[in-house]
Design a protein around this ligand. Structure first.
Ligand SMILES: [Zn+2]
Length: 59
């Protein structure tokens, strides 16, 4: 287990440590939490919401 790295930009995730991981271990609304940094995660969530919105609006 090395340092936690972002799966998108490969940057080291400074905001994640063992204490934070145990306290907020799981967040269901964020599927890639813990593997992607907040910046990339926010971008991914935005794209997912956009696709969902387009799907709903186009129906
Ligand atoms: Zn990233």
């Amino acid at each position: 287990m090395g340092k936690p790295r972002c799966a998108v930009c490969s940057g080291i995730m400074h905001g994640v440590d063992h204490r934070m991981d145990t306290r907020s271990s799981r967040r269901p609304e964020r599927p890639y939490g813990g593997c992607i940094c907040h910046r990339c995660l926010d971008k991914g969530v935005r794209e997912a919401v956009r696709r969902w919105a387009l799907k709903v609006w186009s129906s």
